[in-house]
Ligand binder design. Structure first.
Ligand SMILES: Cc1cc2nc3c(=O)[nH]c(=O)nc-3n(C[C@H](O)[C@H](O)[C@H](O)COP(=O)(O)OP(=O)(O)OC[C@H]3O[C@@H](n4cnc5c(N)ncnc54)[C@H](O)[C@@H]3O)c2cc1C
Length: 510
């Protein structure tokens, strides 16, 4: 059922067996945590001994170097044990470890990563503040340079691993200059260690789920941080923050897979044993369909996650894949766990089965690690950018014999660019695309070698004559053009625009 994908290497396949065995053995311990709400320090020690905190850390720094894929394999299996364990693991991976590897200097790596690899030092990522959520660039916490130190002041909130973490990757504002803000050079990334004077946990959130996992507010009151704790250069904070997001979203989604598997397991096992109307409830097709949907969601989410992880291991761009994995897995899990509760009936809604706690955990996945609205914004913007060429409007013309609009690969180029030819082009476009405007790029495809200036001049003149309607962007640049009614009449006789299907009774027309 749970595949070791063929592209995983031998080390990753072996790791998958070990992690699965660890999860199977420790699920009872994980279930205790849902009742005691105590942070699972014992389990963290166990996974530390296995070296799993060193998943992405190279061997020379004490790691096991199994890549993003290996890190996801571990996160997926730990999630089957309990959310506190997998969260403490995943947050450490994307709360300092990945950023230290990507942006830390040798000294910084040697100072912290060997301890992280052994599970002796947990990490936390500190972006969110009381006044700053999705709009992360608006960070208000300040880091003011004083000699060889930064003086940090401000508050962070919703910080996972607040308390257990030994190192906190804190994003703070190092410049108020509008030009730095405009270029996203106003933030810096600092590693702040627990026990630094002035740095304290202000509050622990009483969350709806993630039982036993501390998440809270942090206070920085004139905290003196040595400059050598800064990652990369001053002003590189935003770059570091953005760079880590693909990794964060992928590992975060890997955790969701583990819980999906457990919820599916309970839905199946329970309905095989529950008898109503003289038959196990799994025999009702409505429950089978729900289970089929659960399997489909799990299989799809898993492919998305490990595909994104693989691309990252190949050092390929994965922004769309990582964002899509987070978006899909979080929403698929919400639907899956809701179906699992439904299949189990009242039992599913009691705390005596773990599915209840999973169903409460589900919601946060659409909010944390960047809300799903933000995921959709990223997919829309980046997707359109990445698929720009594929998403171009096909060139279309009126087919000579059929007389209907049809796409073409061979535009009939208009050699001369003047008011008449541009108006004719727009009039012809009315026949092909009556309800939409032409973009600049559409016009340029039909007008041989026309420059932007030349086109603007002709269009503006046609507009002044009332023959063309233009749409301009906020900066006043012409983006879209369309012939007006007068423009259509000026270009061609009314007959030119007429078209009727063969089946229409000609007597009906006038
Ligand atoms: C359990 C938990 C753990 C977390 N762990 C950490 C952590 O370890 N470190 C950390 O730094 N942060 C952490 N966060 C914070 C998390 O990243 C934020 O909650 C998240 O980015 C959303 O910010 P917000 O809650 O302030 O919502 P807001 O930004 O206030 O947004 C409210 C709503 O408006 C929507 N919205 C906002 N802007 C737009 C827009 N431009 N277009 C459309 N919709 C928009 C949002 O999607 C959301 O639905 C955690 C949060 C939770 C709940």
């Amino acid at each position: 059922m749970v595949k070791k994908y063929p592209w995983w290497n031998e080390k990753q396949k072996k790791l998958a067996d070990e992690a699965k065995q660890f999860a199977n053995e420790n699920i009872p311990r994980g279930e205790e945590i849902a009742w005691t709400k105590k942070f699972p320090a014992d389990l963290i020690k166990e996974i530390g001994k296995r070296g799993w905190y060193g998943a992405i850390i190279p061997e020379e720094l004490g790691g096991i170097d199994v890549g993003v894929t290996g890190c996801c394999i571990i996160a997926e299996e730990l999630a089957r044990v309990c959310s506190a364990l997998t969260d403490a693991y995943a947050v450490t991976m994307f709360g300092g470890t990945e950023q230290l590897l990507a942006f830390g200097n040798d000294e910084q790596k040697k100072r912290w990563l060997p301890k992280v690899a052994k599970g002796e030092l947990l990490g936390a990522v500190c972006i969110t503040e009381p006044n700053v959520g999705s709009d992360a660039a608006g960070i208000e916490t300040t880091a003011t340079r004083e000699g060889d130190e930064y003086i940090v002041n401000g508050k962070k909130r919703f910080i996972s691993n607040a308390g257990p973490a030994g190192i906190y990757l804190v994003y703070a504002k190092t410049s108020d200059r509008p030009e730095d803000r405009a270029r996203y050079k106003h933030l810096s990334a600092l590693i702040i260690e627990k026990d630094t004077p002035g740095f304290s946990v202000e509050r622990i959130n009483e969350l709806s789920g993630w039982l036993g996992f501390p998440n809270g507010y942090l206070d920085f009151d004139d905290v003196r941080v040595p400059v050598e704790n800064r990652l990369a250069n001053e002003g590189d904070g935003w770059k570091i923050l953005m760079d880590g997001l693909n990794f964060e979203r992928t590992v975060y989604s890997a955790q969701i897979l583990g819980v999906m598997r457990e919820a599916l397991r309970y839905a199946v096992a329970h309905s095989q044993r529950r008898v109503q109307f003289g038959t196990p409830t799994i025999d009702f097709q409505v429950n089978q369909f729900k289970i089929a949907d659960m399997i489909a969601r799990l299989k799809t989410a898993r492919l998305l996650v490990y595909h994104a992880a693989h691309l990252m291991d190949m050092k390929e761009e994965a922004i769309l894949e990582a964002t899509n994995a987070k978006l899909y897995a979080s929403e698929a899990f919400e639907e899956l766990v809701s179906d699992a509760v439904q299949v189990m009936g009242g039992d599913g809604w009691t705390k005596f089965y773990p599915v209840e706690s999973m169903s409460r955990d589900a919601k946060v996945n659409t909010i944390a690690a960047g809300s799903n609205e933000v995921m959709r914004i990223v997919l829309y913007r980046q997707g359109l950018r990445a698929m720009r060429e594929e998403l171009r409007m096909p060139l279309r013309r009126i087919h000579e014999k059929l007389g209907v609009p049809i796409s073409t690969t061979k535009p009939s180029i208009t050699p001369e660019v003047n008011e008449k030819t541009v108006l004719n082009l727009l009039a012809e476009d009315y026949r092909v695309n009556p309800g939409i405007y032409m973009r600049r790029e559409d016009m340029k495809a039909w007008l041989a070698g026309v420059s932007d200036d030349q086109l603007d001049k002709v269009l503006t003149s046609l507009e002044a004559e009332g023959l063309v309607k233009l749409y301009r962007d906020r900066r006043g640049a012409i983006v879209l053009a369309k012939a007006t009614y007068d423009g259509l009449k000026e270009a061609k006789p009314l007959e030119h625009y007429k078209w009727f299907p063969d089946w229409i009774d000609k007597e009906l027309l006038f």
